[in-house]
Design a binder for this molecule. Structure first.
Ligand code: Z5A
Length: 200
């Protein structure tokens, strides 16, 4: 599950989890950065607003350090047990935020992706897309902003553009969901995608 901030990833993740359980599909729900005890500690460092500036390189490497822990200790074991893994953000977020948002080199990200993941990629990426201002309004209702949420609007525009570009480059894996609509209509779009997926 991917998208800018406040587009409804957490809300719809719960909806997908319930949908899969109703269809008797075993599922592990998780998130990035995070998902294991060590990866959650890295998440805390990444999101906290602190006095010492975090360099872009350190941020990128911490994303992949957390991902390596997550893959080894949670995602791969779950897949081996036959579970579906439903993840709130994954490596497309690194392309979008570090590559697009921070203008870091996409080839370096691709190299790290290959090193950490080998050939493992998501089967399906749902991109929840909504106007940036709408997502920010929804997210701001929750109170204090984290280190990413405190970025300027141009940063989020680059993030959104990169997501849309990646969706165009990987049309078989990506499904774009119009997340600006009322929740029932967002969830109807998601259900239709899931119906098609399990019918394959
Ligand atoms: N990050 C990165 O830079 N590189 C990486 O590789 C990875 C991550 C993996 C943490 O992400 C940060 O890490 C993230 C990118 C970076 N930073 N940002 N920004 P996160 O996923 O934990 O944080 P987030 O993107 O800010 O997610 P969020 O703010 O929790 O938003 P959300 O999960 O998409 O939204 P929500 O909580 O489900 O919904 C927000 C509110 O809107 C809530 O009150 C809902 O009830 C409401 N809502 C949801 N849908 C609707 C509709 N359709 N209508 C009306 N209201 C709605």
């Amino acid at each position: 599950m991917e998208g800018g901030e406040g587009v409804g990833k957490s809300t719809n993740l719960q909806f997908i989890q319930q949908w899969l359980v109703q269809h008797q599909i075993p599922v592990t729900v998780t998130r990035e950065p995070g998902g294991t005890a060590v990866a959650e500690k890295i998440r805390a460092v990444l999101l906290e607003r602190q006095d010492e500036a975090i360099s872009e390189q350190a941020e990128l490497l911490m994303m992949f350090a957390a991902r390596a822990q997550h893959l080894q200790n949670l995602i791969k074991p779950a897949l081996q047990q036959g579970q579906w893994v439903l993840c709130d953000r994954f490596t497309d977020a690194t392309y979008a935020y570090q590559g697009g948002g921070r203008n870091m080199d996409m080839q370096t990200i691709a190299w790290l992706e290959q090193m950490v993941q080998g050939d493992l990629r998501p089967d399906l990426t749902l991109l929840l897309d909504a106007p940036i201002e709408l997502g920010m309004q929804r997210a701001q209702k929750r109170g204090a902003l984290d280190r990413f949420e405190a970025e300027q609007i141009d940063f989020f525009k680059r993030v959104q553009q990169t997501y849309l570009q990646r969706a165009a480059e990987h049309p078989n894996r990506y499904q774009i969901i119009d997340a600006s609509l009322p929740l029932e209509q967002v969830q109807a779009q998601i259900s239709a995608v899931l119906e098609r997926l399990i019918a394959q």
